[in-house]
Ligand binder design. Structure first.
Ligand code: NAD
Length: 342
């Protein structure tokens, strides 16, 4: 089978990871082009990854007849337009989350994607491709927990990444804590329960990092949600985790409960020393979800080769962003938001 020729846009914090995976870890594809507005990133792509063609203009890369698919890892405000342009030029598209920052733009993008059913579209909700989340999903589907009554999620970035985050948030619109960070948890809530969220009440507090105020970002946020059948969800999101990268999910059902990463352990090692009994902690998203990023890219390439669509789609992008934006609105207005009426 011919190799899928991929062009990537964005070679920042996450773009470099995807680019390396596509070049070195995924069979059946070849990273042939890269686009960025930062010259050093293009030099990296050529010298470290052997990319043949580089672009500073995304439109020009997408017009190239030598690429079959694009990987969009640019700042979130570019995703909708870049997805639409790639679709119009006959390319398969992988886009990082969130699919977009406004419902009107996302709806238009969903429509454009729907007009091109033979082109693969996949959204980067990589947690669905993590081994532990997949194991939990199988248990839920097998009915091991009974009916789910509550989902509790923590998604807290390490404070060690604050400087790089403030730079990222200052340079472009991230969408804010709920759209940028909680969107993964919101996707998991929908994925595990197969239900839509109907009402949210969200709150937040900035305490330790005044630099977050300057870029209009929230340090810690929380939301309580009611789903359409009264299933409940609680989420905590943040940028100030002192012990590392804390992503934890709990499902409570009528027959049992499960927790994924109840403590965000790095691996199976326990260190016993003068500090006591120490379980090293997962430090950042590239480390925690290293395999998941590879698995999702592999799935994207296989979907193209097997002419099928992935499980995670544009509608998931629309719904998750709708809920995340409702959290943002609720937090800003200090009011409960009824998503069905909003
Ligand atoms: N799945 C996850 O867990 C996860 C984690 C981190 C980031 N992300 C998402 O990935 C995206 C990128 O995040 P990041 O942290 O890598 O950002 P970043 O700021 O580190 O990198 C952004 C990249 O986009 C490029 N760029 C900016 N404007 C451009 C333009 N007009 N044309 C071409 N390239 C342009 C920059 O040169 C840079 O290479 C965001 O949408 C973010 O939400 C997802």
């Amino acid at each position: 089978m011919e190799k899928v020729r991929v062009g990537i846009v964005g070679l920042g914090r996450l773009g470099k990871i995807h680019a390396k995976n596509l070049s070195e870890a995924i069979q059946g594809c070849e990273l042939v082009a890269a686009c960025s507005v930062v010259p050093a990133e293009l030099t990296y792509a050529v010298e470290e990854l052997g990319v043949q063609e580089t672009f500073t203009d995304y439109q020009k890369m997408v017009e190239s007849p030598f690429i079959d698919a694009v990987f969009i890892v640019s700042p979130s405000g570019f995703h909708c337009e870049q997805i639409q342009v790639a679709m119009a030029h006959g390319k398969h598209v992988f886009s990082e989350k969130p699919i977009g920052l406004s419902i009107a733009d996302i709806q238009q993008t969903v429509n454009v994607i729907a007009e091109h059913p033979s082109q693969v579209f996949m959204l980067g909700f990589m947690r669905r491709y993590d081994e532990s989340y997949q194991y939990a999903k199988k248990l839920v589907e097998a009915g091991e927990l009974g009916e789910i009554t509550l989902v509790r999620c923590y998604g807290i970035d390490p404070s060690s990444g604050m400087e790089s985050f403030v730079k990222f948030a200052g340079a472009s619109d991230s969408g804010g804590l709920f759209v940028d960070m909680s969107i993964h948890d919101i996707d998991l809530i929908r994925w595990f329960t197969k239900k839509e969220v109907s009402k949210v009440w969200a709150i937040g507090k900035n305490a330790a990092y005044p630099e977050l105020d300057k870029v209009g970002e929230l340090e810690t946020g929380a939301a309580m949600m009611q789903l359409e059948d009264n299933t409940m969800a609680l989420l905590v999101a943040g940028r100030n985790c002192q012990h590392g990268y804390h992503v934890e999910t709990e499902l409570i059902g009528t027959k049992g409960m499960l927790r994924i990463a109840a403590a965000p352990e790095k691996n199976l090692v326990t260190v016993m020393n003068q500090e006591g009994v120490v379980r090293p902690c997962s430090q950042n998203f590239p480390e925690r979800f290293r395999e998941a990023f590879i698995n999702e890219a592999r799935e994207f390439i296989q979907c193209i080769q097997e002419k099928r669509q992935p499980e995670v789609n544009a509608f998931d992008g629309l719904q998750s962003t709708r809920i995340a934006l409702a959290c943002k609105k609720s937090c800003e207005t200090n009011q409960l938001v009824d998503i069905l009426k909003d």
